[in-house]
Design a protein around this ligand. Sequence first.
Ligand SMILES: C[S@@+](CC[C@H](N)C(=O)[O-])C[C@H]1O[C@@H](n2cnc3c(N)ncnc32)[C@H](O)[C@@H]1O
Length: 360
Amino acid sequence: MDHSASLTVDDLVAALKSAAEPTRLRILMLLAAGELNVKDLTLILGQSQPRISRHLKLLTEAGLVERFREGSWVYFHISDRQPGGRLALRLIADVDARDAQMRRDRERADALKRERESSAQAFFEAHAADWDRIRTLHVAERDVEMAMQDAIGPGPFKFFVDLGTGTGRALDLFADRYTRGLGIDVNQAMLAYARAKLLHGGRTHAQVRHGDIYALSLADRQADAIVMHQVLHFLSDPGLAIREAARVLAPGGRLLIVDFAPHDLEFLRDAEAHERLGFSHDQVKGWLRDAGLTPKLVRDLGPVATDGADKLTVTLWLAERPDAPRNSVAQTSQQISSADSNQGRAQRAGRGAGKYEEAR
Ligand SMILES: C[S@@+](CC[C@H](N)C(=O)[O-])C[C@H]1O[C@@H](n2cnc3c(N)ncnc32)[C@H](O)[C@@H]1O
């Protein structure tokens, strides 16, 4: 939230007027606890969709609330970019928490949350066998997560982004190190699960969005820290994804990639839709440098001896965006993108595959 911005007198009056209505105050109370869509709000508040939409329109126009589309659904949350959002939080802080109406709203919202969690969980359960099998193939998650926490540093990060967030694990893991967290994933079912988990855990400073790693709808140089955990091996063009992450990274910002070291478990291509069977140190370092980033650390977490021969090694790569002046960074990315367009996407993929063969 932009704490430096303030409202003009006219805007303040408009914002106060928009909040000065019982249903709209109830909506603000509900949105302060997490994102909701129009359907959720009609169910919780027991009012018709046109009425709820009208209330939301007024709150949005006055800058207290923001909306975003996810597929055919539109979600709302308290604005974290406009001073109206800060005002909304101040106003509802003074509402009596014991108010019967507010308590009923909260209970209905919790019930809806539980219902959503269980349907998202059903999806996840359908895939649980695969997830568990994969987990047993590499080193313990706990060790990986501790190594990730060590590598990325203590923060605090103003804006933390988790690309290919899946169930939102990294948003949860790093929750105490960022002011605002955003998880992006292309899979709606995963996002539903992540959103339910964040709501359940009270992580109101983290959100998830539908999006494509190759074309992020984020402005340049915004994020202080970006994580890509077990995502790269699903991608046909990991280098392109790394360049897109680098574009979004602020000068001095950090990108942490965690993925498998090269392996030969071919069955993972069919069984788990893996595009790539792991990556060598140099392969990823090359992509990082091509994207204008400076590799800072590479660390392997190998299986312990008793794990057997078919276990996978997990590698962490940490890179930093140089603290360069605007012009030189812009020039670098222009040079990279013109080099890319000359070489073409197909050739890039081929070059990556060649390095991969060598590394194996
Ligand atoms: C194995 S999961 C890892 C999830 C999470 N990072 C974790 O480690 O728990 C890979 C995730 O990447 C997402 N993904 C794959 N391709 C993507 C793309 N092009 N854009 C955004 N997300 C993508 C998948 O939907 C999936 O949720």
